[in-house]
Design a protein around this ligand. Sequence first.
Ligand SMILES: [Zn+2]
Ligand SMILES: [Zn+2]
Length: 136
Amino acid sequence: MCVSGKCLCGAVSYQVDAAPIFQLKCYCTDCRRTSAAVHAGLMGLPAEAVALGGEIREYRNCGDSGREVTRAFCPTCGAGIYGRNAVMPHFLFLRASSLDEPDLFDPQMIVFASRAPAWDAVPPGIPAFPELPPQS
Ligand SMILES: [Zn+2]
Ligand SMILES: [Zn+2]
């Protein structure tokens, strides 16, 4: 599977030649604040499979998981490109909003569903966890 995407202004782009390992929608408070769309669609891939081009800025904070989360964005247009989290340091979670072909995104799981506001309810038919799935 070949995945490509870019930010709004095109200064940041990426190409991936690997299949996504996780595809999920995250309704956590921080994804709401950074996505402008309540939730973030996230496509998780091995970090080394993602070839990034352009200057990227990162913002780190403590996520709803209690662990550090990094969100990367274009410093020119502000579009979100990917996230990383300390729980799964070898994965990079591309923001589905940045995909050149958004229909490649096929979410299999919803996390932090308990944070969804009434005006953007969690869709039926996809396994939804109130917080993160139980760690095994
Ligand atoms: Zn940009
Ligand atoms: Zn989130």
